[in-house]
Design a protein around this ligand. Structure first.
Ligand SMILES: [Zn+2]
Length: 176
């Protein structure tokens, strides 16, 4: 297993529509393992392929005791509305409230390529929707009002000016 490089806001792959996976083979399984390892290293609750520079429909989530690999995920139904704070490993330090459906039914393939269906609510439902959005080139800031988005993104870009858009997720080093 290996840690993958994280792509930050401004990297074009974050705005790319990812392609369906035709077969869950050994390469896809290794990629899923790398996504999990990278998500854990970054202390995230989800990570999508686009975020590591790969435009394929694969993502992982780990929250509320549920650890999920999702290949070709689809939300087949959604109900309710809830507002909650979101952040994104690709836009570090930027947080904002986003309103989304509160309960969803997900269909996806697992790490073995078997189809599953899962009902989710609360933070798990939010994380799944956030990750699937990544596969469609959508970021959580897209849900904010144009004014708020502009304000937050402009400030973020200023704060992160000069930083690389691709950041290695190396082992955690001691903070000085
Ligand atoms: Zn994200």
């Amino acid at each position: 297993m290996s840690l993958l490089d994280l792509h930050l806001l401004g990297s074009p792959v974050l705005r790319t529509q990812s392609e369906e996976v035709e077969e869950v083979d050994e390469e896809v399984r290794t990629f899923i393992d790398d996504l999990f390892e990278s998500m854990d290293a970054a202390k995230g609750i989800g990570l999508a392929a686009n975020q590591v520079g790969v435009a394929r429909r694969v993502a992982v989530v780990d929250t509320q005791g549920t650890r999920l690999a999702m290949v070709n995920p689809v939300i087949v139904s959604a109900e309710g509305k809830s507002k909650g704070e979101e952040g994104c490993l690709s836009i570090p330090d930027l947080y904002a409230d986003v309103t989304r459906p509160d309960r969803i039914v997900l269909e996806a393939l697992d790490r073995e390529g078997a189809k599953y269906r899962l009902e989710a609510e609360g933070l798990l439902a939010r994380a799944i929707q956030h990750e699937i959005d990544h596969l469609d080139g959508i970021l959580f800031v897209d849900y904010l009002s144009p004014l708020k988005r502009k304000l937050l993104v402009t400030r973020w870009k200023k704060d992160h000016r000069g930083e690389d858009l691709i950041k290695p997720l190396g082992p955690v080093t001691a903070r000085s």
